[in-house]
Design a binder for this molecule. Structure first.
Ligand SMILES: [Zn+2]
Length: 199
């Protein structure tokens, strides 16, 4: 059963600022309109940053190409969250690491945002680990290891272009609420990018 508006209002009032903000910037699109109004009212009454309300609004409509381009440029022109360099535009990459220990084969795909040099380095480390440690598990080591190596070769090639990768575009599309809410604050953007890499 859906909670009544009174119940929702109490729930929102009892949420700490960080949880209320997170709900607003990540899940606004899943809330019904009356719930959204309550949420916005609660944010306003607490005097929270107005960026949060913008973060709600941007999730309610599909973003157009211009908006997407602007968010992508904003993210790509940040300092690299790994080496702090600003000389190259940031990108995102997915690198696979396979490690086999006796019969267990562990395949981890790591998503990273950084400058091309840092992403390449991370991709090389993943490739080297996989080449040394991936093969030894039967049968999955033999299956997953070449899959990861092929993936990493593709990733490495994609980093040679200056185009934003598909996974960076997906990342931006999936996080417009968060990005919109902190777009005027480079420090918060850095924290977000660092957290993404440490997940
Ligand atoms: Zn870097």
């Amino acid at each position: 059963m859906q909670p009544t508006l009174e119940q929702l209002s109490v729930t929102y009032k009892n949420l700490p600022d960080d949880k209320l903000t997170r709900l607003a910037v990540t899940e606004a699109a899943s809330l019904r309109p009356e719930a959204l109004e309550l949420l916005k009212a609660e944010i306003k009454s607490r005097g929270l940053d107005e960026g949060i309300t913008r973060g709600i609004d941007v999730q309610l409509n599909n973003i157009d190409d211009t908006q997407l381009h602007n968010y992508l440029s904003l993210i790509r022109n940040q300092a690299c969250p790994i080496c702090s360099n600003r000389s190259q535009q940031l990108n995102a990459a997915l690198s696979g690491t396979v490690i086999s220990i006796i019969i267990f084969t562990h395949y981890k795909k790591a998503f990273s945002i950084g400058c091309p040099a840092c992403l390449k380095k991370a991709n090389q480390t993943a490739t080297l680990k996989t080449a040394l440690l991936g093969w030894w598990g039967l049968p999955w080591g033999l299956v997953r290891t070449p899959q990861a190596l092929i993936k990493n070769i593709r990733t490495s090639k994609s980093l040679n272009t200056n185009e934003p990768s598909h996974i960076l575009i997906d990342f931006v599309k999936n996080n417009v609420g968060i990005i919109e809410s902190i777009k005027n604050n480079d420090q918060s953007l850095q924290v977000m990018l660092t957290n993404v890499n440490n997940k």
